[in-house]
Design a protein around this ligand. Structure first.
Ligand code: ADP
Ligand code: MG
Length: 270
């Protein structure tokens, strides 16, 4: 996994233990934008609430198998991956995933469950000549076993941050977890940077919050910020990404810009 594997697949974890900061929206939007650029993309829903799965038009209650079965070893990823209307493939979640945390706690190597499953999947794909170019992991709003699995499988972490006062609370704890993961399970893990979300360009406040967090934690800020837009709130219920429902909004365009830079780096590295 990660950069530099034979398959050349690049894996990102989108993580922040705070809920509602646009982890799921960012994961989906980047995935769809990369798929629009012609890349093969796998999205992985690591949240028992299954918002990503629902937002991509699948009904979590109707799914027989999910990433839960993959993590506990009852299914291979290839058996569970599903195509979506918006382009990327999806390893979906269901509420079953809520029990994965407890089940995994009793197992040796629990932090590696996702990484191993994805490696198997990518090997099978490489043999068939069609490996994913990008894998994006949508982490849950906690720093438990599921997020650790995401951080262990990824090459880089993207940290969405809502640009409001006190939104930095928790970033320090996330960085400590990332430091632990580097020590224990994934030496090469990089923090790509903070992705400013729900950004209000009309006030200087958003920019001030952002500059403060970037300085405090010495993290790069990924430009451009994602503007706040009501259109984002409408997309999940439609089961489609904002890149499909409102492609021309500034937020959608900003995600497309980020996808272009991810794609550019991948090309430069290969
Ligand atoms: P998380 O996965 O971090 O919990 P979500 O991606 O589910 O966050 O986003 C939380 C809520 O904010 C959702 O209702 C989503 O539609 C909305 N949202 C996300 N990005 C924006 C944005 N740029 N502008 C307005 N609302 C947004
Ligand atoms: Mg989410």
């Amino acid at each position: 996994m990660g950069r530099g594997t034979a398959a050349g697949t690049v894996c990102f974890a989108v993580a922040n233990q705070k809920g509602g900061v646009a982890k799921t929206t960012s994961s989906i939007s980047l995935g769809v934008a990369l798929s629009d650029l012609g890349y093969r993309v796998l999205l992985v829903d690591l949240d028992p609430q299954a918002c990503m799965t629902f937002s991509l038009g699948l009904d979590p209650d109707q799914l027989e198998r999910s990433v839960h079965d993959v993590l506990v070893g009852d299914a291979e990823a290839a058996e569970v991956v599903s195509a979506t209307e918006d382009g990327p493939d999806l390893l979906p979640a269901t509420i079953d995933l809520a029990s994965a945390e407890a089940l995994l706690l009793t197992r040796t190597g629990r932090e590696y469950a996702l990484r191993n499953a994805l490696e198997d999947l990518l090997e099978q794909q490489a043999a068939a000549g069609t490996p994913y170019d990008f894998v994006i992991l949508d982490c849950p709003p906690s720093l438990g076993v599921l997020t650790i699995n995401g951080l262990t499988a990824a090459a880089e972490v993207i940290v969405p941050l809502q640009c409001e006062t006190l939104s930095h609370r928790g970033v320090g704890q996330l960085l400590e977890t990332i430091a632990d993961v580097r020590k224990m399970t994934n030496r090469g893990l990089q923090v790509r940077g903070i992705l400013p979300t729900m950004f209000d360009a009309r006030t200087t406040h958003s920019r001030d919050v952002l500059d403060d967090v970037a300085m405090r934690y010495e993290l790069p800020v990924l430009e451009p910020p994602i503007a706040r837009s009501i259109r984002f709130a409408e997309a999940p219920a439609a089961g489609r990404s904002i890149l499909r429902t409102a492609r021309r909004t500034r937020g959608a365009q900003a995600y497309a810009d980020h996808a272009k830079s991810l794609a550019g780096e991948r090309e430069a590295a290969s």
